[in-house]
Design a protein around this ligand. Structure first.
Ligand SMILES: Nc1ncnc2c1ncn2[C@@H]1O[C@H](COP(=O)(O)OP(=O)(O)OP(=O)(O)O)[C@@H](O)[C@H]1O
Length: 738
């Protein structure tokens, strides 16, 4: 089968080296090179975006290339020095031992070649003279065998040490990455997708790669010295070195290379994208839709159509596609023949002066030329990958710097030092103020000190990474008194959930302010503020941990109190789930372990088949059960005694009506003066009990008041309410006629 052609097109250059078939119609901007300073390469189904300055047609040894490499390496040095410091601190003895063992290993080729040449020379002289210096021969053979033994022993020794050291390095950087990543806020996560690629194994690979380059350079120079020394015996040492270097150097002559450049790669071929999307439909989560929708054949047909439309366009990663291009070129064919230059050199030596050379020297020259060629190839590969590796290290340490740039900055005001005051003592009145008084149910007897007071003033907000002009909140204003039960209603996308997220300080408002107990929310220490809040939203998930932890994490201090956890489970309606699960509270949800079976099926009546069948199965819960367990976590949080605001964002979509009613009733009855905000689409018992209803539309609070006040207004709320209420009203004959 023929290899698909990579098809290369460079949008910014006039000449194109490989014939193109532009099938990348999908992407809007990349093809046209509209972005200032961006150069676009089309490689198969991918587009590669590069900085215009960085791509030059150059040989590997061109001066600009080396200056470029030097400048970039300089930037990486700081990160590498930091890495060296960190790994040295993990185990100084191991680091030093491994370094010297690796350095020794890198000279292995030269040492062996030296003794081999010696043995051959003694034999050649012996065969020529009819007498062999047995002592010298035995010594040379013995020394070589000893060297082989030593180097192999060292390899075993160093491999063992390396494995030990590897696990320490990986443990260390797993810990570091976990710490950094858990400290990322939501706006940063939206901007840092590529950081997900950094893993502790990648750090280890980078470390070994950098070490390999240092040792490789040392080994390469020792080989060059040896080859030069050998060649000198023929009076053409330098020339011989050149014949050995010709092939590796010339094979480095490049097509535009981006292997070490900052780049963005994007799949832009519409047929390829469609194929990938269709392939994605095999995922388990789509199976029910696909089977019930009877669309299996449609998917297969569409996939084949896209495949046919894609034709021979390469789907390889662009880096690999570029490599294929190099291998397939006429230049590569020419360069490969240069492999034989050292042999031509030896033949020329014999022709020009048969008495000036000998077979052992010729043999050694050939051997060393081969070994030099291999070392160069490895070195080139390592140098090419060096930047990628160094970049991993540099980004690893950048994570720490990025943390300092988080937009959601911590304050230092403790929540407890700012208790809510019931009266609104502020000079500036917000656009819409609370019209209703705090209900007797909500306010506690000692003056509503338990509830949080909230004022939102002209808050605007857009999501990072969202469309620039799309405002999720647009001058939203309202105020909530301590202890009020507030219901937020409004159409889809009107900004209800965003409001809850801003109250939880997951994002900062772009403009305007949120006052908590009269102080700007950004002044509060986040941990202290969040301790005073219990949030329950659709976005809350179950963790891949035990049921006990899933609930207990609402109040970590009570984690070991099973009665407390069971009580919270009961309030969240999750007690029956725990009873049903085999391991009760200790049941692990979605365990992240590794299970793999090869040529074993759980239906096999063999010991392995039975073993597989008996392996722990993943415990799963339904959507409604998940919401109950998450609700139980929120009730667990109430036990801390610190909660002053309960924010509930439509957690009831998967709950049955009884469970939903229980949840609302439980929160209402247990709130003990806490301010409660419910976001909901369902009118009914909730809005009936609300002290304040906020009705949102397009990022603004357009109406506020109690149910009866809003109904009197006959505005948006009234309209939304009537849509639901009508369904239960007996239809009038006149309407039926209409
Ligand atoms: N993570 C996000 N990134 C970008 N835009 C978002 C994000 N989340 C929400 N939006 C946008 O912000 C606006 C407000 O969304 P929000 O989720 O607050 O609405 P909502 O009133 O809660 O809607 P619903 O009733 O459907 O839950 C919408 O236009 C939405 O598309």
């Amino acid at each position: 089968m023929s290899k698909p052609s990579p098809e290369y097109k460079d949008s910014a250059s006039k000449s194109t080296t490989i014939p193109t078939k532009d099938d990348n119609e999908t992407h809007s901007d990349g093809d046209k090179d509209t972005d200032e300073g961006i150069r676009t390469l089309h490689l198969g189904v991918h587009s590669v975006y590069l900085s215009k300055n960085s791509v030059q047609r150059e040989t590997l040894f061109s001066i600009p290339k080396f200056i470029g490499i030097y400048n970039k390496w300089k930037d990486y040095l700081v990160a590498l020095a930091q890495l060296a410091q960190d790994v040295y601190a993990l185990s100084p003895v191991l680091v030093i031992t491994l370094f010297f063992l690796d350095m020794f290993k890198s000279t292995e080729a030269v040492i062996l070649l030296h003794y081999e040449t010696k043995v051959l020379r003694i034999m050649e002289v012996g065969l020529h003279d009819g007498f062999i210096d047995s002592n010298a021969l035995l010594q040379a053979v013995g020394a070589r065998i000893l060297c082989v033994l030593m180097t192999n022993l060292m390899k075993v020794f160093s491999n063992r040490l390396e494995r030990r050291f590897q696990s320490r390095v990986i443990r260390h950087f797993d810990d570091y990455l976990l710490n950094c990543r858990l400290a990322f806020d939501l706006p940063m996560l939206a901007d840092n997708l590529s950081d997900d690629e950094i893993g502790s194994q990648g750090v280890w690979n980078s470390l070994t790669s950098v070490l390999a380059i240092i040792c490789g350079l040392f080994g390469l120079f020792s080989q060059l010295g040896f080859v030069y020394h050998l060649g000198r015996s023929t009076n053409y040492g330098a020339l011989f070195v050149l014949t050995c270097l010709a092939r590796p150097v010339l094979s480095g002559r490049m097509f535009p290379s981006f292997m070490s450049e900052p780049r963005i790669i994007e799949a832009t071929n519409k047929h390829y994208l469609r194929m990938e999307a269709l392939k994605g439909l095999v995922e388990k989560k789509f199976r029910m839709d696909i089977l019930s929708g009877n669309i299996v054949q449609y998917i297969i047909d569409q996939f084949r159509q896209s495949q046919a439309a894609l034709g021979n366009t390469s789907i390889e990663r662009p880096e690999y596609a570029l490599m294929l291009m190099r291998e397939d070129s006429f230049w590569a064919v020419f360069v490969e023949t240069l492999n034989d230059l050292p042999m031509v050199f030896c033949a020329a030596l014999a022709l020009l002066g048969p008495t000036k050379t000998n077979l052992s020297t010729v043999f050694s020259l050939r051997q060393s030329a081969n070994s030099l060629k291999n070392s160069f190839a490895i070195m080139f590969w390592q140098v090419e990958s060096f930047e990628r590796r160094a970049n991993v290290i540099s980004r690893l340490y950048e994570l720490r710097t990025k943390l300092e740039q988080t937009t959601v900055k911590d304050g230092d005001l403790l929540y407890d030092s700012k208790q809510a005051i019931l009266s609104n003592g502020d000079k500036e009145k917000p656009e819409i103020t609370t019209r209703s008084a705090v209900s007797s149910e909500g306010a506690d007897t000692n003056g509503s000190q338990s509830g949080m007071r909230i004022e939102v003033r002209d808050v605007c907000f857009s999501y990072p990474g969202g469309e620039v002009n799309a405002k999720a909140l647009d001058r939203a204003s309202f105020s909530i008194s301590p202890g009020q039960l507030v219901v937020v209603v409004g159409a889809n996308g009107s900004g209800k959930s965003t409001l809850i997220k801003l109250l939880g300080r997951l994002y900062n408002p772009a403009s305007g302010s949120i006052l908590i107990n009269g102080e700007d929310i950004i002044k509060y220490k986040m941990s202290s503020l969040r301790q005073a809040m219990a949030m329950l939203t659709q976005d809350h998930h179950l963790y891949p941990l035990s049921i006990k932890e899933n609930i207990g994490l609402g109040f970590v201090e009570g984690m070991n109190d099973e009665d407390l956890i069971l009580d919270a489970a009961k309030k969240g309606g999750a007690d029956d789930i725990i009873k049903r699960l085999g391991s009760g509270m200790d049941t692990l949800l979605d365990p992240r372990g590794f299970q793999f079976a090869y040529k074993v099926s759980p239906t096999d009546q063999t010991p392995l088949g039975k073993k597989l069948k008996g392996l722990k199965k993943t415990a799963d819960v339904s959507g409604g059960e998940r919401q109950r367990l998450v609700a139980a976590r929120t009730f667990m949080r109430f036990n801390s005694g610190h909660v002053k605001l309960v924010a509930v964002d439509e957690p009831s979509s998967a709950l049955d009506p009884q469970a939903e009613l229980n949840l609302f009733e439980n929160i209402r009855s247990l709130r003990e003066g806490k301010t409660v905000i419910f976001v909901t689409h369902r009118f009914g018992h909730l809005t009936k009990h609300a002290d304040l209803i906020l009705c949102m539309d397009q990022g603004r609070v357009i109406e506020s008041g109690t149910h009866s006040e809003l109904m009197e207004m006959e505005g948006q709320y009234c309209k939304l309410y009537n849509v639901q209420a009508q369904a239960f009203e007996p239809s009038k004959p006149a309407e039926q006629e209409e």
